[in-house]
Design a binder for this molecule. Structure first.
Ligand SMILES: [Zn+2]
Length: 436
């Protein structure tokens, strides 16, 4: 049998349940799957990538972002979340969002993520069908959550229209190997009980996960308590939204009772350390949630509140901040944090049988890093280097769903400069109008 791709002679960090690290091995890929991991494999392949002196590992998974917001990167910084959203971002979105805008913004995000080693991401935004088209062409794995709001959004007059769009998205992309539709009720403060219930019903009908913002700031928690007499998690339990298919981003302000409820229903958690820092939202009780056995993945959040989509930065920040906040350097060790960007992240996305590790039979979402750099020399501990020393620019080659997407830092599927030029053209128009 001939394989499609052979990644030869690399150091292979599998992230399998035993955390097997091969000092030298070949990884063989056929029909999108990993078919062999062995030193000195005799299996031939159509394409061989020499990974000698390089590190081969599972692609990173960004569990929460708003991809097309790359177009708003740096447009409004250094202000609280409510002011940032109500006075800047949402009015800009209403004015400028279009399928074309989302195509360009999502393409830009995909390029940035691929270049920094992210092979899969969870999105929450508008015009997700337009995003799906370009992401499919670029070849990145995307979990696309069309946002559901109580009020008119940039692409839907009301929640029912957004839910209809999700059904259409699922009809068109539901069976695609890399585009995975989701339902994204924006947050308990922007999506009321009636629409949340509709989201849950659609989730059950179509078998799709739900992606929500939950308890990101103290003020939204106070708002929910005032309106419903319950904390946000208790409120979601009461209306029947908590379940194993719910992916909750942020979860910064939680009581012990709420954490126990999230555990009881096996809700998946996404920690967005850099966004929480930048918006001063607070410090999420990640260590407590992990101690309770909750599954926690990492996310960058959108590029307008981070301001990049580099998961290496995210790992570094998550590992360090909790040590500072808890005055305890033993928490959030490098291994734990790398799992949050790979295997735990795959569990958050309900894809643990397919992605997150390099194992026989799993889908080949793989990155290859250049280790021959001053700041990665010498190499005593690969987990330590990946979390504390490495950056996205170490990523040399990217394979997604068994397909070579970037080789030697060259994007193979699209014209990168064309996308950058498009983004600059749109941004110039926004800037001219903001000045006028
Ligand atoms: Zn977000």
């Amino acid at each position: 049998m001939e394989a499609d791709i052979k990644i030869a002679n690399g150091m292979v960090l599998t992230m399998d349940p035993h955390l097997t690290l091969h000092q030298k091995a070949d990884v063989l890929i056929k029909d999108s799957k990993i078919i062999e991991i062995a030193d000195g494999s005799s299996t031939k392949a159509k394409k061989t990538i020499n990974a000698g002196g390089k590190l081969v590992m599972p692609g990173l998974i960004n569990c929460h972002t708003h991809a097309a917001m790359t177009m708003f990167r740096g447009i409004a910084d250094d202000m609280p979340l409510d002011v940032w959203w109500n006075n800047f971002i949402f009015p800009l979105e209403k004015k400028y969002l279009s399928p074309d805008f989302v195509r360009t913004g999502a393409s830009l995000a995909a390029l940035e993520m691929i270049r920094s080693g992210t092979t899969a991401f969870a999105d929450m935004y508008f015009f997700e069908d337009a995003a799906a088209e370009v992401l499919k062409t670029i070849g990145i794995r995307a979990f696309l959550g069309e946002a559901v709001l109580d009020f008119p959004s940039p692409d839907s007059a009301n929640a029912d229209e957004a839910l209809k769009k999700i059904e259409q998205l699922n009809e068109k992309w539901g069976k695609d190997p890399i585009i995975h539709p989701m339902i994204a009720p924006h947050a308990p403060y922007s999506c009321g009980p009636e629409n949340l219930t509709k989201c849950r019903q659609l989730s059950e009908k179509l078998g799709l996960p739900m992606h929500i913002h939950l308890s990101e700031t103290a003020s939204e928690v106070a708002q929910i308590k005032l309106k419903y007499g319950l904390s946000p998690v208790e409120h979601l339990e009461k209306i029947g939204i908590l379940c194993g298919q719910l992916i909750a981003a942020h979860c910064v302000h939680l009581s012990k009772v709420e954490m126990d409820l999230l555990k009881k229903y096996d809700v998946k958690i996404v920690h967005c350390q850099e966004s929480n820092m930048k918006l001063a939202s607070g410090s999420a009780p990640v260590v407590e949630m992990q101690d309770l056995g909750l599954t926690v993945g990492l996310g960058t959040d959108g590029a307008a509140s981070n301001n990049n989509l580099d998961m290496f930065d995210e790992m570094d920040a998550a590992a360090k901040v909790h040590k500072l906040v808890r005055n305890d350097p033993t928490v959030m060790d490098a291994k734990t944090v790398l799992k949050m960007a790979t295997t735990d992240a795959a569990r958050v996305m309900l894809q643990e049988n397919k992605i997150g590790s390099i194992e026989f039979g799993k889908t080949a979402d793989i990155i290859i890093l250049d280790l021959n750099r001053p700041h990665l020399t010498p190499l005593y501990n690969v987990y330590s280097h990946l979390v504390y020393s490495a950056g996205g620019s170490e990523v040399n080659t990217v394979i997604i769903n068994g397909k070579l997407i970037m080789e030697d830092r060259l994007i193979l599927t699209v014209d990168e400069q064309e996308i950058i030029d498009d983004a600059n053209r749109i941004a110039r128009r926004i800037q001219d109008e903001l000045r006028a």
